[in-house]
Every structure is written in structure tokens, then in C-alpha cells.
Ligand binder design. Structure first.
Ligand code: SF4
Ligand code: SF4
Ligand code: FES
Length: 699
């Protein structure tokens, strides 16, 4: 039986959980009680979950977050999203072929009164913004109900195994994302004013100013808040290209969920589309989970994410192709390869530049859209509703924490007589943390071959400063009023070689060179985050320069855990002086077979690109309707069915608008789609207060 569980991880603890059995197409398989059905299927090597009712196309996981409906399977006879349904003993799971049959009419169920609760602020979403807002509100004595549709607080922080950028003093820079989530959760749980409901989704908002939530995933409750704070985060954008709905094409969030939350090796060979921080970080997470990363493409001439992230990946052996686009994902039942091509300044494919790479997974990280429908509907009904974090503006999680703090204090000010001013400093810092990376402005100056000093492979303006805060000599300087500045070593203060700056840097961008014992062969210290199982003292490793060019093979003379920084090791080599000053990282993926292209090329079929993956409507069909003059998305939806699927149009709307723009339509002439009243598919019985008996038969 295939086993895709991750058995060891350099950062995450492996908890084995309770083994249970379930059945997939009648075959007995092993899973963990309570894990999501999607994780159990992936762990057993199942990638194709269902077949589309329109054309029988194979479907698999896409968002892993309950947003898209691509992973719907039949569970004990009912169509349910595999990514949102916990696995139970003896579950019988089948692929969905065609439309699901309605269940046999069951005897009328037993109903209970619908519970109604009042609160001052309802926070929807327990991620970085929701948690920091709850902290401020709770501290100000405001009664808060914080709901989250997952079983754990932290939102996307739970999936982040890397150390965060930003500032040490107020956004936990240098600490890993999931650890930040745990710290914030602990703080929030201390506050008696904050009530937390997990496994609880907000499913509807009504004109009588009540919000319907599904508590514990099975009990419909009406909440009457004075105010709503939507900290609902963001969803991934989809991208139209031939093969984009094949199982194996999925979003970065889905990938991180499978690998970092479910501890499933979701892929053997991964290719990444999108050079923002999300794509770059996902590449690093993949390498840490033992997954080969074949390459990463970015359509612009430079990646949009931090250069330190890009350099880190390149040093480890992952090729980054800028000015490239995806031409097609290829395969019959699932992804077997990807074809990419170079593009010109207007993003048109340069014929003849196509290359095809073997891979089983194509990760799409081309940006995020705010999840804000609920907020706009609440505003339409005259409720006091607010946005925080990514739901308001897409930015780094460190900025979302500030956004939550600010919104929390702002709402407390509206509800309590004693108003606390929002510190100007918070707004200023949030602005900095939201900044896009600036220019690559600095390269290190050459220093003499004596003493000991750090070399910063960090010349781009990014909001980050942990290296400055750990130095016992205060020898690293970044202008305190401009966190975007690059770090500088102040020679006069002197370095004592403590290596703390090497250990804490989230970009793995600091090298320490020590000439004190051997001036011709100084000791070089580099950070290493792959545990102590793959490298040992006496092994040879390829050391690279900042951008991944090999400097040669050198023997590891020491490998030690970095004191206070979790899961970080410090590895030391003795290298010739000139190479030592260029050393920046270790090659972890040396096999060229992983990253070399295949010989054959698979051509593109542009008009076959699926835009609406739920209803399988192609770009060609939509273009034709736009050319016929349709400007109303509702009309386009009625004619083509694009937007009428299980995801409620959340996945395809932005692509339809993009097609409109491409066709030269003035956006002022476009009528946007009408929002659906329910934001989450919910069995009808819940609205009548049905008593859930565990079998779901009477729903
Ligand atoms: S090694 Fe220690 S003393 Fe030297 S610059 Fe880094 S943090 Fe400061
Ligand atoms: S060198 Fe300093 S500023 Fe640059 S990424 Fe590392 S910790 Fe941040
Ligand atoms: S992609 Fe879900 S409705 Fe179009």
C-alpha cells in the first residue's frame, strides 16, 4: 500500500495519531482519526478524487480550504468536500462520477430550538489579524466571540514553518510562523472576555442583523453582534492554461496544508508558478519535507517576493526562470509534466522557447484575493462591519498582525467610553511591513583577511531587522526609523563571533567568516535548517555563493544546534579566504536530473483553457460571449454557467474580469455578479435546527 506520510521533518514534530480504517472505492485503507479525508487520501497515494459531471474530466484537490469544491467526494453516500470533512472509522468514500443522486427521503428528523447568542464583537477568522484584534478588544473589556472554521487557531500561521521577517520588537520576527500562532493563541485564551468557537463557519448574514454560524460543524446558531470584524484572510487566484484542472495542479495554501499541517508528502517532484513570497516560501517548505523542486517560474523580469527568499532557493539548487509563463500542464489522469516558455515584454510566448519538465505537481502561487464577501453583504444590511488583515489588503502576516491590533483598538474605542488612541507608531510600522521589496541596493564591501565579521547577503530593501536585535555588541545597524534599510556591520564595535546573527536571520542571509585561527583558511559559519540527519561532521558539501553558483566541495568541520532559535543548525567549513568571503549557502538538491528539461514539447491549446473549473467553462466560450456584447457577469453566468458552481464563482470571477479586460472592455461597463446569500454549502436541515445524530441521513 502506498504510504505518503512524512516520517521526519527538520522543523515539525511528527505525531502519529490514532490509526483507523476507511474504504476508498471498496479498498481498505489506513488513515488517522480526525484528519481531513483529503489528507488520508493523499497519504494513500490517491490524487484523482472525482470526475466532472459535464465531461468526465478528472478532479482533485485545489484549495484545501473549503473554498472551491473541487475535492468533493461521496462520503457514506453524501457529496462532501474532502478537505473539510474529518475522517472517521469505516467511512466509505467513493469518487463522484456525474451529479450526485439525492439521498433517499429519510423519516423527518428531530429538531431543536435555534440558539441565539449576543456579543459585542463577532470576529470571523482566528488568523494573525483576528487573534491580535481579539487581544486588543479583550484587554479593553469588550465581549468578543471569535470563530474559526478550522480546529486550531492561527489561520495561515499554522502552515508557516519558516522564521518571519519584520521587526523583533512587535511582530515576532525571527520566530517561526506556527510558533507565533501558538504564542498569540496562549495570550488570547487568558482573556475571559474572549469566547472562542473552533470548527465554526459563518455561513450567512441576514437583514435582521443576525449572523448564522455552524457551531462545531453541525449546530446552527444565530449570533447577534453589535459589530463584525472580518479577518477572513485571502483565497488563492486561479490561472487559466491547458491542463489547469488536472489533479496535481493546486494552490500554494493547499500544498502547505498537506505538507505542514497534515504531514503528507504531497508530491515527489514539484514545479512552482509564481515568484511572490508565497511561491518562494512554498519551494523552501517542499525541500524541507524531502520533495524535489524542479523549478520556479515568474512572468515578470524579477520575482515579486523578497530577493533573500529567491537567493536561498537558488543556493539550494532550485532554478528560477524569470520572464517565463506556464504553457500547459500535461497528463491524462493527473499531472505528469509541465511545459513552460519565455515571454516578451507584453507577456506573449516566444515561439521555440518552450521547455517541458517531468513533475507530478504544479503549484499555483500567482496571488491572492481578499475573502470579503461576507463583509459587503453585512454592510448592505446596515451592520457595522469592518475588515482586517488580508481580507482588507493583501500583505505579509506581520502586517496583518498590526492591522488586527489597530482594528481591535478602533472598535474598542467605538464601544467603550474610555477611548484609547491608536499609537501613531503602529500605523507607521504597518505601512512599512506592507511595503513591497525595494531595490537591490547594496553589495558587501571587501574586508581584510583578519579578525571575525558577518557578511550580509541581504542587499535589498525589505522590512526586516532581527539581526540587529541579537548582536551583543550592537555591531549590526539598521536605521531604527527605516526598517527597510539594509544591515551594516559597524567595524569599530567589533564582532565576538557569537553567531547569533547567523542563526536568527529568516532569509538565511548571514555568513560569519572567522580569520582568527587561520588567516588563509578561515572558518565559515552558515545556517542550515534541514536537521542533523542529512549532514554530519566529516561529510563533504557543496558550498555556493549568494546566487547559487558552486564554490567547491568542502568538509563539514562542525554542525551544532543554534541555541535559542528553534530547528536551526550552524554548519562550519574551513575554506580558502577568497571563497570564504563569497560563501552564502549549501546546495541541498544537487541532482541535475531533477531540474533538467525533458526532450519533448507539448503544444498549447489556448481556447481549451478552463476558466470556471466547477462548471468546466473554457476561455473560448467566455470570450465568444464577451465578443457578442455581454457585459453583465450575471448574464454571462446564466448563459454559460461560469460562476454557477460549488465555489459560488469565487475561483473564476477574477479570471472572467481579466478576460473582459483582455477583450478591451471598459470596466465601467461591466456589471459585477450578485453575491450568493450563503457563503458555505450547508445542509438545509441545519436551518431548521435538526439534531445531528452522526449519520447525517435526515439532513
Ligand atoms: S556574530 Fe555575534 S557579535 Fe558578531 S556581528 Fe553577529 S551577532 Fe554581532
Ligand atoms: S540579514 Fe538582517 S535584515 Fe537581512 S534578512 Fe537577515 S535578519 Fe533580515
Ligand atoms: S470556478 Fe467555481 S463557479 Fe466558476
Amino acid at each position: 500500500m502506498a504510504d505518503y506520510r512524512i516520517k521526519e521533518h527538520p522543523v515539525l514534530d511528527i505525531n502519529s495519531g490514532n490509526d483507523i480504517v476507511f474504504f476508498w472505492e471498496g479498498h481498505q485503507m489506513k488513515g488517522r482519526e480526525g484528519e481531513m479525508v483529503s489528507a488520508a487520501l493523499f497519504a494513500n497515494g490517491v490524487r484523482t478524487f472525482s470526475y466532472h459531471s459535464k465531461d468526465g474530466a478528472p478532479l482533485g484537490l485545489f484549495c484545501a480550504n473549503g473554498q472551491c469544491g473541487q475535492c468533493t467526494v461521496l462520503i457514506n453516500g453524501r457529496p462532501l468536500k474532502a478537505c473539510m470533512t474529518p475522517l472517521r472509522q469505516n467511512m466509505r468514500i467513493e469518487p463522484l462520477r456525474g451529479l450526485p443522486a439525492l439521498p433517499e427521503e429519510a423519516a423527518p428528523g428531530e429538531f431543536h430550538e435555534i440558539e441565539e447568542v449576543k456579543t459585542e464583537v463577532l470576529i470571523i477568522g482566528g488568523g494573525p489579524a483576528g487573534l491580535t484584534a481579539a487581544l486588543e478588544l479583550g484587554k479593553a473589556g469588550v465581549k468578543v466571540l471569535l470563530i474559526d472554521d478550522k480546529e486550531k487557531l492561527g489561520g495561515k500561521l499554522v502552515l508557516q514553518t519558516h522564521k518571519f521577517f519584520g521587526s523583533v520588537e512587535d511582530s515576532f520576527a525571527g520566530t517561526r510562523g506556527f510558533e507565533i500562532g501558538e504564542i498569540l493563541e496562549k495570550e488570547v485564551r487568558k482573556l475571559s472576555e474572549v469566547d472562542i468557537w473552533l470548527n465554526t463557519a459563518a455561513i450567512a448574514v441576514y437583514s435582521d442583523k443576525k449572523v448564522g454560524v455552524l457551531k462545531d460543524n453541525n449546530r446552527y446558531v444565530l449570533v447577534q453582534p453589535k459589530m463584525i470584524l472580518n479577518a477572513t484572510g485571502a483565497r488563492e487566484k486561479s490561472l487559466p492554461f491547458p491542463g489547469n484542472t488536472l489533479p496535481g495542479v493546486y494552490g500554494a495554501g493547499a500544498f502547505q496544508t498537506l505538507v505542514n499541517r497534515d504531514l503528507v508528502k504531497a508530491s515527489d517532484k514539484l514545479f512552482i508558478v509564481g515568484g511572490g513570497n508565497v511561491g518562494l516560501i512554498a519551494g523552501y517548505h517542499a525541500l524541507q519535507a524531502g520533495i524535489d523542486v524542479v523549478g520556479l517560474i515568474e512572468a515578470q523580469k524579477e520575482v515579486g517576493g523578497y530577493k533573500v527568499h529567491k537567493d536561498k532557493l537558488m543556493r539550494m539548487g532550485v532554478p528560477v526562470y524569470t520572464r517565463h509563463t506556464v504553457v500547459s500542464a500535461n497528463g491524462k489522469e493527473r499531472v505528469e509534466s509541465v511545459t513552460i516558455a519565455e515571454v516578451d515584454e507584453r507577456f506573449r510566448v516566444l515561439p521555440g522557447s518552450e521547455k517541458t519538465f517531468a513533475c507530478d505537481t504544479l503549484l499555483i502561487a500567482v496571488g491572492l484575493d481578499p475573502v470579503n464577501e461576507f463583509h459587503f453583504q453585512a454592510c448592505d444590511f446596515g451592520m457595522e462591519s469592518f475588515l482586517a488583515g488580508d481580507a482588507e489588503e493583501i500583505a505579509e502576516a506581520s502586517a496583518a498582525m498590526f492591522s488586527g491590533k489597530i482594528k481591535g483598538l478602533e472598535l474598542a474605542g467605538k464601544l467603550k467610553e474610555k477611548k484609547k488612541e491608536i499609537p501613531e507608531e503602529w500605523t507607521r510600522k504597518m505601512g512599512i511591513l506592507k511595503s513591497r521589496p525595494g531595490k537591490d541596493i547594496k553589495s558587501e564591501k571587501d574586508r581584510p583577511n583578519e579578525g571575525v565579521y558577518p557578511i550580509f547577503n541581504c542587499g535589498q530593501e525589505i522590512p526586516c531587522n532581527p539581526c540587529t536585535s541579537v548582536c551583543p555588541r550592537q555591531a549590526i545597524y539598521i536605521d531604527p526609523d527605516n526598517m527597510m534599510d539594509v544591515p551594516v556591520f559597524i567595524e569599530e564595535k567589533g564582532c565576538i563571533g557569537c553567531m547569533q546573527c547567523v542563526a536568527i536571520c529568516p532569509g538565511l542571509a548571514v555568513t560569519l567568516v572567522d580569520f582568527r585561527k587561520e588567516s588563509r583558511h578561515p572558518l565559515v559559519t552558515l545556517p542550515y535548517e534541514f536537521g542533523d540527519k542529512k549532514l554530519a561532521v566529516g561529510d563533504n558539501a557543496v558550498v555556493t555563493d549568494k546566487e547559487g553558483h558552486p564554490l567547491g566541495e568542502y568538509e563539514v568541520v562542525s554542525l551544532k544546534k543554534a541555541g535559542k532559535v528553534s530547528a536551526t543548525y550552524l554548519v562550519q567549513f574551513q575554506m580558502p579566504a577568497e571563497a570564504a568571503k563569497k560563501a552564502a549557502g549549501l546546495l541541498v538538491q544537487a541532482d541535475r536530473e531533477i531540474t533538467d528539461p525533458l526532450k519533448e514539447y507539448i503544444p498549447e491549446i489556448r481556447d481549451d483553457e478552463i476558466v470556471c473549473r466547477c462548471e468546466r467553462v473554457t476561455a473560448g466560450e467566455i470570450r465568444e460571449l464577451i465578443r457578442k456584447g455581454i457585459r453583465d457577469i450575471n448574464q454571462l453566468k446564466a448563459v454559460s454557467r461560469a460562476g454557477m458552481g460549488a465555489c459560488g464563482g469565487k475561483t473564476c470571477q477574477s479570471i472572467i474580469l481579466r478576460l473582459m479586460r483582455e477583450e478591451g472592455v471598459d470596466m465601467k461597463d461591466v456589471t459585477k455578479d450578485t453575491l450568493r446569500p450563503l457563503f458555505f454549502d450547508t445542509p438545509l436541515g441545519y436551518f431548521a435546527g435538526i439534531k445531528e445524530d452522526g449519520t447525517n441521513e435526515s439532513l
